[in-house]
Design a binder for this molecule. Structure first.
Ligand SMILES: *[C@@H]1O[C@H](CO)[C@@H](O)[C@H](O)[C@H]1NC(C)=O
Ligand SMILES: *[C@@H]1O[C@H](CO)[C@@H](O)[C@H](O)[C@H]1NC(C)=O
Ligand SMILES: *[C@@H]1O[C@H](CO)[C@@H](O)[C@H](O)[C@H]1NC(C)=O
Ligand SMILES: *[C@@H]1O[C@H](CO)[C@@H](O)[C@H](O)[C@H]1NC(C)=O
Ligand SMILES: *[C@@H]1O[C@H](CO)[C@@H](O)[C@H](O)[C@H]1NC(C)=O
Length: 415
């Protein structure tokens, strides 16, 4: 029997599909170009659009959250309400299992120190242990923490090659000993490293790069950073030498400031183009940060815009220095997945430029109306708490922001 209605011949189905495909492509292109045009009309050149994580929230969850923990900060978050609700869920439920293996006196478990350029790594290790997110019961855990401190290995003078071998042996021993890794091939596992050498040392275990959540200070794509999977850890040089700045715009009389090593192409250009400028205070000699009358830090109090070009890595502790001292950071990078980018709207408290904008830097900064600068400055004060580490950790600090980003990435099915 022949069917009453002949089915479409394959070729015409394909034609329809490709027509639909073209229409879809056209629709997407239109959407993209509208978005592009509307963003182009913004004051700053477009570098990238931060993505927001979509959340579906049940009404009952929304109701249990009593709000106003955060005050009226509608400006600095992509979605303050979403942040509030997910944060409450995270605080209530999130559990992390820390592998107890490894010798705490050698490479694992203990941070090297809580100070210096890589303090963020040390603080995370300490904070997770003293927080209530830790569980001793792996069956309760949403995520598994592989507590390898690459910074500590580095302190012992271990070579990069040896570090890679140590990480590999350690992770393989966990894979053999425990059933947890194999359930998701590492997708519910994470590690934390602030030093870029630490990131490279994990490359001996390909699944650690491909599947696990990497919490790292340098979110560089050339070492495999995957924005929707990995987490950008802010690099914070704590303790700060001087108290936080803010609400002091009348004292900010210098337009722009940068002093540092010329260890990247963009820094070389920045210094070459602006070194003798009378409005931009650009000096290619690093001012000693640690000693003397704290000249370097005091400049942050007197400046409107602190220029933050990438150095050997795209990240720099200069960004969180700027935030702390109330100097609006100017991110001068061609790409940088900024920390907490999926929560915070960086355009509300920083200026984001492409490296090529360095030649027009002064004009771009002078073109920012004073009211807009004051708005950026006021918002900067509001985000300060998110970029500070504490021991023990406190609500909404850098540790809790990292935990929030990890919580967003915990959804896997375990077999
Ligand atoms: C929050 O601030 C914005 C802008 O300043 C204002 O429009 C809004 O009404 C405020 N919301 C609340 C709940 O106070
Ligand atoms: C690397 O490991 C080898 C073999 O264990 C050891 O002999 C060598 O001293 C190590 N080198 C460094 C710099 O750690
Ligand atoms: C996990 O899988 C690896 C590779 O198949 C295997 O060598 C290892 O023994 C497994 N681990 C456990 C605990 O079964
Ligand atoms: C401005 O600077 C002066 C001199 O350093 C200082 O005494 C004053 O407290 C500063 N003002 C603000 C609002 O921070
Ligand atoms: C800045 O001044 C120094 C010393 O006068 C001079 O050698 C250099 O060429 C100047 N740089 C620029 C960009 O004008």
């Amino acid at each position: 029997m022949t069917p009453a209605k002949p089915s479409q011949p394959p070729s015409s189905t394909a034609a329809i599909c490709s027509l639909q495909g073209s229409l879809l492509t056209l629709a997407i292109l239109t959407l993209v170009s509208f978005t592009y045009l509307s963003l182009k009309s913004l004051h700053f050149p477009l570098q990238y659009t931060p993505y927001t994580t979509p959340h579906t929230l049940s009404a009952s969850v929304s109701q249990v959250v009593s709000a106003h923990d955060l005050g009226n900060f509608s400006d600095i978050y992509h979605s303050p309400e979403t942040f509030r609700i997910i944060y409450a869920e995270m605080e209530k439920n999130f559990k992390v299992y820390i592998y107890p293996d490894g010798d705490p006196n050698t490479y694992y478990q203990t941070p090297r120190k809580l100070t210096g350029k890589y303090a963020s790594e040390g603080y995370f290790f300490q904070n997770i242990r003293e927080s209530r997110f830790r569980t001793e019961d792996p069956d309760q855990a949403h995520l598994f923490f592989i507590p390898i401190s690459c910074h500590k290995m580095r302190g012992k003078g271990t070579s990069y090659e040896n570090m890679t071998i140590i990480v590999q042996n350690y992770v393989e021993s966990l894979i053999t000993k425990y059933p947890y890794w194999n359930r998701t091939l590492g997708a519910d596992h994470f590690f934390v490293t602030c030093h870029d050498v630490g990131v490279r040392a994990t490359e001996g275990v390909p699944l650690l790069v491909k599947n696990s959540i990497r919490v790292v200070c340098s979110p560089s794509y050339d070492v495999g950073f995957i924005p929707h999977k990995d987490v950008a850890l802010p690099q914070v040089l704590q303790p700060f030498a001087l108290p936080a700045g803010g609400n002091d715009v009348e004292n900010r009389t210098t337009l722009g400031f940068w002093a540092g090593h010329r260890n990247s192409k963009i820094r070389v250009i920045l210094a070459r183009v602006w070194e003798n400028d009378t409005e931009l205070d650009i000096s290619n000699n690093r001012i000693n940060r640690a000693t003397g009358p704290l000249l370097y830090q005091k400049k942050f109090y007197r400046t409107k815009f602190c220029i933050c070009p990438g150095g050997s890595q795209v990240n720099s502790a200069r960004i969180t220095d700027s935030i702390h001292y109330g100097c609006t950071p100017v991110i001068l990078s061609n790409y940088y997945d900024l920390p907490f980018n999926d929560i915070l709207n960086w355009r509300k408290f920083s200026v984001i430029l492409k490296e090529n904008d360095v030649y027009q830097l002064k004009q771009i900064l002078k073109d920012i109306p004073n009211a807009e600068f004051v708005g950026l400055h006021n918002n900067l004060v509001k985000v300060q708490k998110h970029f500070q580490w504490n021991s023990p950790p406190i609500k909404y600090d850098a540790f809790h922001m990292v935990m929030y980003d990890l919580w967003l990435r915990h959804h896997v099915i375990k077999y």
